[in-house]
Design a protein around this ligand. Structure first.
Ligand code: AKG
Length: 289
């Protein structure tokens, strides 16, 4: 499948701070991935993992779940990403952002780069792949057009139980309903968004799970400020700068050696992500999300 972006699509990304929908696989392939993922969830829900299964799904799933790494390095997705980041691409994280049917979990409006210790950069983009229909009813994302032209704006932490974000952070800006662009996607389609684009999503009031595979990509030039080198996998091209440590690519789910790297990355990222937070503790440790 050819998914290279046209000049117009690339211009749209930089003007709007997002681009969608872009088909990167057939509906059949997306359905097959969903079945594989759901089998893995069934196999591992109660299988003696140290942390709740949802924690591994929520962040850095690419380090411990082969399917999450394999989706992150799919050529059809990297072709799209190359249009905005260029030929050298690192996979930083795969997050399986699943909202179960008829549940209240939301993602408040925020800018991704707020707590990531990377500054206000253009060299990070997120590809959000739908493995089930992402609709207004199922709690698809909303984007605010051209909001990536802002710096990082003030955010407030709520630590709300129904918020899927690490600190329940919400941007301190009123976003009116007319300024929200609903990112409806069919299985096998992706959206792309810039790290400063204001976005969020509502609850899933539908009768199906909303399954998003959230892929974070960086150029190798990006460097985290301070601290130890974080982990990222060279997905395409060359690592020109050595700012990131490679992680061991998982061959089987939750292998001991992969879990060790997962724990190291979690410790390192928690210290950056939770810096200055009023509540302490590791992030994404709830069993129900
Ligand atoms: O999946 C969602 O509803 C929100 C995802 C999100 O915040 C992101 O991809 O940065």
């Amino acid at each position: 499948m050819t998914t290279t972006l046209s000049k117009t699509e690339i211009d749209n990304y930089w003007n709007d701070g997002y681009l969608f929908p872009k088909r990167v696989m057939s509906v059949e392939t997306a359905n097959a991935l969903r079945i594989e993922l759901e089998q893995l969830e069934a196999d591992w829900l109660d299988n003696g993992l140290t942390l709740p299964l949802n924690t591994y799904k929520r962040i850095n799933a690419q380090m411990v779940m082969p399917i999450a790494h394999e989706i992150g390095v799919m050529d059809s997705i990297l072709d799209v990403v190359e249009g905005v980041l260029g030929p050298d691409i690192m996979l930083y994280s795969t997050e399986l952002l699943i909202k179960e049917a008829r549940t209240k979990n939301v993602v408040t409006m925020h800018q991704d780069l707020t707590y990531w210790g990377m500054g206000e950069i253009d060299g990070l983009t997120t590809a959000w792949l739908a493995l089930s229909p992402a609709t207004r009813e199922s709690g698809c994302m909303d984007f605010v057009q051209a909001s990536h032209k802002n710096p990082i704006l003030p955010h407030e932490d709520s630590f709300d139980d129904h918020n899927l974000l690490s600190r329940g952070q919400e941007i301190k800006v009123d976003v009116s309903p007319e300024d929200r662009v609903a990112v409806e996607l069919e299985p096998g389609e992706i959206s792309l968004h810039h790290g400063l684009t204001i976005h969020g999503s509502g609850p899933n009031v539908s009768n199906d799970r909303r399954i998003g595979v959230v892929l974070r990509y960086l150029t190798p030039k990006i460097k985290k400020t301070g601290g130890e080198r974080d982990y990222a996998h060279l997905a395409r091209g060359a690592d020109t700068d050595g700012n990131w440590q490679p992680y061991l690519v998982p061959q089987t789910p939750f292998a001991e050696e992969n879990l060790a790297v997962y724990t190291a990355a979690r410790t390192l990222q928690t210290s950056v992500m939770m810096s200055g937070a009023k509540k302490s503790g590791a992030f994404y440790d709830k069993a129900d999300k």
